[in-house]
Design a protein around this ligand. Sequence first.
Ligand SMILES: *Cc1c(COP(=O)(O)O)cnc(C)c1O
Length: 394
Amino acid sequence: MTQDDYHFDTLAVRAGQVRTSEGEQSEPIFTTSSYTFASAAQAAARFGGSEAGNIYSRFTNPTVRTFEERLAALEGGERCVATASGMAAILATCLGLLRAGDHVVCAREVFGTTVVLFNNYLAKFGVEVSWVAVNDLVAWEAAVRPNTRLFFAETPSNPLTRLVDIAALAEIAHRHDILLAVDNCFCTPVLQRPLALGADIVIHSATKYIDGQGRCIGGAVVGDGERVGKEVFGVIRTAGPSMSPFNAWVFLKGLETLRLRMQAHCTSAQRLAEWLQQQPGVTQVHYPGLPDHPQHALACRQQSGFGAIVAFEVEGGREAAWRVIDSTRLLSITANLGDAKTTITHPATTTHGRLSEAERASAGIGEGLIRVAVGLEDVADIQADLARGLVVAT
Ligand SMILES: *Cc1c(COP(=O)(O)O)cnc(C)c1O
């Protein structure tokens, strides 16, 4: 199959599949830790690297490889390396591409655990990080030092859906000989393809939309054959945060329906955001699909859909926000996202609870802020569930 000739939807269903002699229609799960060799000489050749092929599932596994090839095809990358979690993908990228004395510039709005990883752990090994507002290109460039090796961004950001112009950020990065990594968890390759816009590395938490039904933890790094195929892969096979074949199979099946699900998520999120703007007690709605979103034009240019994260602010602070959350009967009160089931979160006391009050204020995370990750239920039922709390709140 020459994959270059196929369109996105075909790749999502077909890329990476290699049938065994059994002629199976669906991809099998290879639950094997090691692989056998035809002879001692073949074993020696595999271990010595003169012959390609499986040795041990910490290194390679056919089910995991099928997932990797399919996601690489969808992101338009040369290579994909699957990992045990989204955090393992970020860690492996840093271990593979950075060394002691290197400097990283990271968007302040990234996933909370990513902040902890940089500040508490990578710092111990001599990697320094500077934090900038994701949408402030001047600040990104001003933070560059002679030893800056990596820019790390998420766009749109969580929960306030702030964007960065990936092409413009890549241009700044490359002018200073810096790599740009983009965590594409919220958009997935269905809505945004960072490599085509100039990014060098794409990071995924497959746990979210790629799974799509809240079952498995996993991640991936996509990029070129040298940095991802050699450096990041080398970390995974040596340090061991590999993806399990079962999880790879779940994610593989998730990719087959990803486009349909993302479109349904986006349609409902747009309707929910527009409806929220009309509700009493709602003072602001953050969603890139709204014409009054400050970066709506960039979102139209850079993404083919606006995603499914809708954040909104209610009058009355924490008490009012908690009442809205506690009045729901359908929505799941959980910090996860990217699920068929809609989730509702109070960022100030959960995902952003570890920040100081001043840090939260500067990040724009108020006490009245609520985040909804819109699922696949009928949007009328989601609205009715929120309306109950909004009436109580005002
Ligand atoms: C969840 C998440 C991660 C971490 O992924 P895990 O699979 O939970 O390790 C990283 N980045 C973003 C944007 C996320 O939402």
